[in-house]
Design a protein around this ligand. Structure first.
Ligand SMILES: [Cu+2]
Length: 315
């Protein structure tokens, strides 16, 4: 197709330097580009349908927008935040997409016959697109802070307290109220037992470097600092076996710093605590490791031999 025959195009106008053949609504062979676009759109649509049909989502999961179900009562509320953020993102994204498509469709060079008006230094528009994202971010921040405060709010009393000691490279769980403990090694991941529907206070301690206590199924993670005790309360509300891990790169065996979580009924929990005590694990282990090892080095953990247990004050 010869330039100038196109609808709405002035054949006498000289061709500006920025016009190349790539901007032509026709392909070099003369066929309209629209068909290419349409076949691409159909391909994308088909791809999307295949994706939806083959994914494991059921229609009842759809309103969760991919957010996992929590096994702890306190973190259930984060679903609302996740959904709201997506709704805001859909609205902003939808408006942006509509503006782009509107410009693409109604301000085409072939339609207007010339370059559309180029708007620059428009103060109201610049203020608008600075101010609006700022407001959106501030609102999102406020709701995030509100939910975070609610989730990390400490109860006046809790029926249960577990002191979690993260050390290089495993975990000790001190059942403070019952005076017993369990200790792990990188080879043998320890198991944290928790009674269902009872609020548990977690005290996080580290004798060496920063670790992070993370049970993905609880949708909760908190750093474990040396020289400072971080605390939070969680109420496991679903019986089951879950996985836990350290979420802070803490040294060479960080990836082996795993543990299991068992949420059980109150009676099963009590029986397990009794069993721990009967096995001689009385007292609590303050630093999760042996202070005087065979090599005489203080504070060195003899993790691979499964030692690392002191009782009482931990000295
Ligand atoms: Cu760690």
């Amino acid at each position: 197709m010869v330039d100038g025959v196109r609808r709405g195009h002035d054949p006498t106008r000289t061709r500006p330097s920025w016009e190349g053949d790539t901007l032509s609504p026709t392909r070099p062979d003369g066929a309209p580009r629209r068909s290419t676009l349409w076949s691409r759109a159909r391909f994308a649509l088909l791809g999307g349908l295949v994706l939806v049909a083959t994914s494991a989502c059921s229609s009842s999961d759809l309103p969760r927008l991919g957010w996992p179900t929590s096994a702890a009562a306190e973190t259930q509320r984060s679903l609302w935040l996740w959904q709201t953020l997506w709704i805001v993102a859909f609205i902003v994204g939808g408006i942006t997409l509509m503006l782009i498509l509107w410009t693409v469709v109604f301000h085409r060079r072939s339609r207007m016959g010339e370059v559309p008006v180029q708007t620059r230094y428009n103060l109201p528009i610049e203020i608008f697109y600075t101010f609006v994202p700022l407001v959106i971010i501030m609102v999102v921040f406020a709701f995030t802070a509100r939910d975070e405060n609610a989730i990390t709010q400490l109860a006046k009393t809790t029926p249960n307290t577990v002191e979690v000691v993260g050390f290089q490279w495993s975990w000790t769980f001190n059942y403070v109220d019952d005076g017993t403990y369990d200790i792990g090694t990188p080879d043998q991941a320890p198991t944290l037992w928790l009674p269902v529907n009872e609020k548990t206070r977690f005290l996080l301690k580290s004798p060496d470097v920063i670790h992070s206590f993370w049970v993905p199924k609880f949708l909760f993670k908190m750093d474990v600092f040396p020289g400072r005790t971080n605390q939070f309360d969680l109420t496991p509300d679903k019986i089951g076996d879950y996985k836990g891990k350290c979420a802070e790169l803490c040294g060479v065996d960080h990836s082996r710093m795993l543990f299991n979580v068992k949420v059980v009924s109150h009676d099963v929990y009590a029986a397990h605590i009794a069993q721990l005590k009967a096995s001689g694990r009385t007292g609590i282990v303050e630093n999760g490791r042996v202070d005087n090892n065979a090599d005489g080095k203080q504070g060195r953990v003899d993790i691979n031999r499964g030692q690392g247990v002191t009782t009482g004050s931990g000295q």
